[in-house]
Design a protein around this ligand. Structure first.
Ligand code: ADP
Ligand code: MG
Length: 321
């Protein structure tokens, strides 16, 4: 199978939605809605660094697009289209077929068609760029948190890290518990509908890729403020799974607060907007949990279940640390 057979067979689809001209020409042509800003983000997935070589290609296709859609979600943007730059060791139908199916199934679910890309031989590397749109006055950005804001997290955090620990052999879990946490690691759910529902409500937002506290730090730095996080939420709310709650407490805290790969949204909103936040959660069918507040005083303060300062230390994932 040659390069163009491969592209035509696995990645070419008739243009739909915002894609006016898709795969097959020198450029793709996109038509955003009138008056909207483009929101653009790229994420690269490298074998051995972001995924295990043994991962199911269908799930890898899903995850490669999911982590990109998560960035659009964090800006409150609506997905329009994406491009795929792919380096492959060989044109292997047994890999390409499930990979493209997983990728395009998630693309269809978000009405975000594949508009073009590049294909080359090389060590497996997947680079996706997503294009979205957002009203000019309503993107959710990192620098807009304000003292007094409530702090929230969507969905559940910590399970992806727990699955990684099982793969690494440092923990073991019963088979059904492992299946559930593994799905969270391999097939994250980008919170696109929630991000869009929070337009005009949330002040600041970020998606959790490197760990909740590490990503929260980006909001605090950009917004020039601090935060207090009530870590009791890890043990007493729906923001963590029953499996995670059964871990030794220090490990549960570490997975939930510093685990990474969650692709949930952390966001701030004024206390006066509590019912609007709940309405956004309901309309997007995405649970949200209040986990603390934004403070004028810089720095991050963690409280334990009794409201005392928590001394456990957490690091965020840094590829070059
Ligand atoms: P060019 O020579 O202009 O770089 P290519 O020969 O690389 O174009 O690609 C031919 C067409 O196929 C282009 O429209 C390009 O966007 C598309 N394409 C190439 N690789 C992919 C891919 N992995 N997924 C989707 N479209 C692709
Ligand atoms: Mg090319």
């Amino acid at each position: 199978m040659g390069e163009f057979d491969l592209i035509n067979r696995y990645f070419k689809r008739p243009p739909t939605g915002a894609v006016v001209l898709g795969v097959g020409d020198d450029c793709a042509l996109l038509q955003p809605s009138p008056g909207m800003r483009l929101a653009i983000s790229s994420d690269m997935l490298v074998e051995g660094r972001h995924f295990l070589s043994t991962v199911d290609p269908f799930k890898l296709g899903h995850k490669a697009l999911a982590v990109n859609l998560s960035d659009l979600a964090a800006c409150g943007a609506k997905p329009l289209a994406f491009t795929l730059a792919l380096a492959l060791p060989r044109a292997d139908a047994a890999w390409l077929e499930p990979f493209s199916r997983g990728l395009l199934a998630l693309a269809d679910a978000h009405a975000c068609p594949l508009a073009g890309g590049d294909t080359t031989r090389g060590p497996l590397n997947i680079c996706i760029t997503v294009f979205g749109e957002v009203p000019p006055d309503q993107p959710l950005l990192r620098h807009r948190a304000q003292p007094g804001d409530d702090l929230y997290v969507s969905g559940q955090v910590g399970d992806a890290r727990l699955a990684l620990e099982v793969f690494r052999g440092t923990r073991s879990l019963a088979a059904d518990a492992f299946t559930a946490v593994r799905a969270r690691m391999e097939q994250p759910t980008p919170r696109v509908a929630l991000g869009m529902a929070l337009r005009g409500i949330a002040h600041a937002a970020i998606d959790v890729s490197d760990g909740l506290l590490g990503d929260l730090h980006h909001i605090l730095n950009a917004s020039n403020c601090g935060a207090t996080v009530d870590t009791v939420f890890v043990f007493s709310s729906d923001a963590t799974s029953a499996t995670l709650k059964q871990l030794p407490p220090a490990l549960a805290l570490d997975c939930a607060l510093a685990g990474g790969d969650d692709y949930e949204l952390v966001f701030t909103a004024p206390a006066a907007a509590r019912s609007a936040v709940q309405a956004a959660a309901r309309s997007s069918q995405t649970p949200v949990t209040r986990i603390g507040q934004i403070d004028a005083e810089p720095g991050l303060r963690l409280l334990d279940a009794a409201g005392r300062p928590l001394t456990q230390r957490f690091g965020a994932f840094d590829h070059f640390a």
